[in-house]
Design a protein. Structure first.
Length: 303
């Protein structure tokens, strides 16, 4: 199945490579030449669009274009540009972390032009190439079903790790809450390891503790696996600053909780800790930063 990947970056590039390995033909467009050069020299079936307008001729109709861009104005501008290139019956996919309200508005706009719009929350970070991606999908059922081969290729298995969750906005809403939960889980690990770190009487080897917890315990998880990896060579995390950024989804989740009168103290406090870290970073903040770097390749501040 033909598909264009627009924006790329490290995660989008890995998604394109997984699609190519699954037998799809992928056309790449990115302002940087590096992702396209890497893929066309290492994977079969990849083509590079030098200009955005080239997507109209490089893709078979009906066309499918997957945007993998930061939320906000960058995605908005690209969508408007693509509306001038694509034709009735084509499909636009937003795989970034857009606010679900923006996705609902964009879906209505795209439909008014005779095109389909699908919002996909994507989880898996830089490890998705090998492990597959978790996909949370929103949009009209017909266009989503037509894209099944793509979702089955990107997911960990054809029948695992992806789901059609409902109308436009549902995919990004589920991803928003997923990321809010992620904040809370990361915070719990960070606080637990800080308690161990502070207990000088036992002089814990924190990497050894993480390894002991990874198998057979109630708290075993991928986040714990990544924590163990982050602690492997430097359990003091001396090379990191305790500065933890947030990309917005935690804030949106908390606002939804407020609007719906749903108590969400863990997610709220985990976001506030990230605010605190930017002026008062401690060991827990360092570990949070290390975890984000492990699963998503997010930038860290080093001493």
């Amino acid at each position: 199945m033909d598909i264009a990947m627009v924006g790329l970056g490290r995660m989008g590039g890995n998604m394109a490579r997984r699609l190519l390995r699954g037998g799809h033909r992928v056309v790449l467009y990115d302002r940087s030449a590096e992702p396209g050069a890497q893929i066309t020299t290492t994977e079969k079936g990849g083509a590079v669009a030098e200009k955005l307008n080239d997507l109209a001729t490089l893709l078979k109709s009906p066309r499918c274009v997957w945007m993998m861009l930061p939320a906000g104005q960058i995605t908005e501008d690209m969508l408007n540009n693509l509306l001038g290139i694509l034709a009735s019956g084509d499909t636009l996919i937003d795989g970034g972390n857009s606010n679900y309200k923006d996705s609902q508005r964009r879906a209505a706009l795209v439909k008014s032009r005779g095109l389909n719009y699908v919002d996909v929350g994507v989880s898996g970070g830089v490890w998705g190439l090998a492990n597959g991606y978790g996909l949370m999908i929103g949009g009209e059922a017909g266009p989503v079903e037509s894209l099944r081969p793509i979702f089955e290729t990107l997911a960990p298995a054809k029948d695992q790790g992806w789901g059609y969750l409902g109308p436009s906005g549902a995919g990004h809403y589920a991803k928003m809450v997923h990321n809010g939960i992620e904040y809370g889980m990361m915070q719990a690990f960070a606080e637990g390891f800080e308690i161990l770190h502070a207990k000088k009487e036992f002089n814990f080897n924190l990497h050894q503790v993480a390894e002991a917890w990874r198998y057979g315990t109630v708290i075993r998880s991928w986040l714990l696996d990544l924590t163990a990896e982050a602690l492997k060579d430097d359990s003091e995390l001396a090379h990191l600053e305790g500065f933890v950024q947030d990309s917005g989804e935690g804030r949106w989740t908390i606002q939804e909780a407020i609007d719906l009168d749903v108590p969400a103290p863990v997610i709220t406090q985990s976001l506030f800790h990230r605010f605190y870290s930017r002026n008062n970073g401690n060991y827990a903040s360092k570990l949070l930063a290390a975890m984000r770097n492990q699963f998503g390749g997010h930038a860290v501040k080093k001493t």
